[in-house]
Design a protein around this ligand. Structure first.
Ligand code: KIV
Length: 266
C-alpha cells in the first residue's frame, strides 16, 4: 500500500470510493489492518474502554495515547495514523499545542478533537501550525455526562441545523476531516454532501465518505456482552482475524456495510 495522505483521502472522496478506517492500538493489529487495506488507523481513546476496562473514555491520559500511537506507528505500513486527543487535553490553547505536539512526535499524522462549533478556534490554530485535525461531531463520548448517556444526536431539527452549520464552519476553519458518530443517516448524508473534506461515519449510515468501527466490536468482542446497533461482527463466518479485517474493508468499499439496520432515523 502506498502511503495514505490527506491528498489520497480527498481523491477517494472525489472519486466516490469509500474510505476504510478502524481503531487500532498496537503494532501487530496495525500491520494486519494495513495488510487488509485499511486506509486510516484511528488510535482512539476508546482504548480506555476496550483495553483498560474503564466504563468511559474520560480516564485516558495523554501519556496513554502517546504510548499507543508509538506502538501503532511501529507496525504501520502506509496507513494514515489518526490520534485522539484525550479528555481535557485540549481545554486551553497551551494544552492543545502541547498535546498535539506530543501525539504528532509519537507518530500521528492527524489529531481528532471531539466537540462542536467551538472547535473552529483550536482547529484554525492547528492548521496554521501544520497539524491536520479531524472534528468529531454528533455523539462525543468525552461529553457522555453532559449528554446523559451514549445517545443518538441530531434528531431534533434545531440540533440538526446546528450540526450542519458547525460542519461547514469547521471546514472553513481548516478541518481536514469530519467524523460523525451516531447521527441520523439523512443528516449524515446532507453533511457529507455539504463539505468538500472527507466525512467518516460510525452509526451514521452508508452515505458518508468512509466508515470506522472499534476493532474489538467488529471482531465480535465485547466486555459487556452487548454491541451497539451500528456494529457488525465481521468475525462471523471467517476463519481468522486477517480474513475478518479483509471482509470489513471489502464491505466498506462495496457499500454493503453499513446496511439500513445499522443506521438511525431522525
Ligand atoms: O475513540 C474512538 O475509538 C472513536 C471512535 C468511536 C470513532 O472515537
Amino acid at each position: 500500500m502506498h502511503d495514505i495522505t490527506l491528498i489520497t483521502l480527498q481523491s477517494l472522496k472525489q472519486s466516490g470510493e469509500k474510505i476504510a478506517m478502524l481503531t487500532c492500538y498496537d503494532a501487530t493489529f496495525a500491520q494486519a489492518a494495513c495488510a487488509a487495506g485499511v486506509e486510516i488507523l484511528l488510535v482512539g481513546d476508546s482504548l480506555g474502554m476496550v483495553l483498560q476496562g474503564h466504563d468511559s473514555t474520560l480516564p485516558v491520559t495523554l501519556a496513554d495515547m502517546a504510548y499507543h500511537v508509538a506502538c501503532v506507528k511501529r507496525g504501520n505500513q502506509g496507513a494514515l495514523i489518526l490520534a485522539d486527543l484525550p479528555f481535557m487535553a485540549y481545554a486551553t490553547t497551551e494544552q492543545t499545542l502541547h498535546s498535539c505536539g506530543t501525539l504528532m512526535q509519537a507518530g500521528a499524522h492527524m489529531v481528532k478533537l471531539e466537540g462542536a462549533g467551538w472547535l473552529a478556534e483550536p482547529i484554525r490554530l492547528l492548521a496554521e501550525r501544520g497539524i491536520p485535525a479531524c472534528a468529531h461531531l454528533g455523539l462525543t463520548p468525552q461529553a457522555v455526562n453532559l449528554l446523559g448517556g451514549y445517545k443518538v444526536q441530531g434528531r431534533q431539527e434545531n440540533q440538526a441545523r446546528q450540526m450542519r452549520a458547525d460542519a461547514i464552519a469547521l471546514e472553513q476553519a481548516g478541518a481536514a476531516m469530519l467524523l460523525l458518530e451516531c447521527v441520523p443517516s439523512e443528516l449524515a448524508t446532507e453533511i457529507s454532501q455539504a463539505v468538500k473534506i472527507p466525512v467518516i461515519g460510525i452509526g451514521a449510515g452508508a452515505s458518508t465518505d468512509g466508515q470506522v468501527l472499534v476493532l474489538h466490536d467488529m471482531l465480535g468482542l465485547s466486555l459487556s456482552g452487548r454491541s451497539p446497533k451500528f456494529v457488525k461482527d465481521f468475525m462471523a463466518g471467517q476463519a481468522n482475524i486477517p480474513a475478518a479485517l479483509a471482509a470489513y474493508v471489502r464491505a466498506v468499499k462495496a457499500v454493503t456495510f453499513p446496511a439500513a439496520e445499522h443506521g438511525f432515523s431522525a
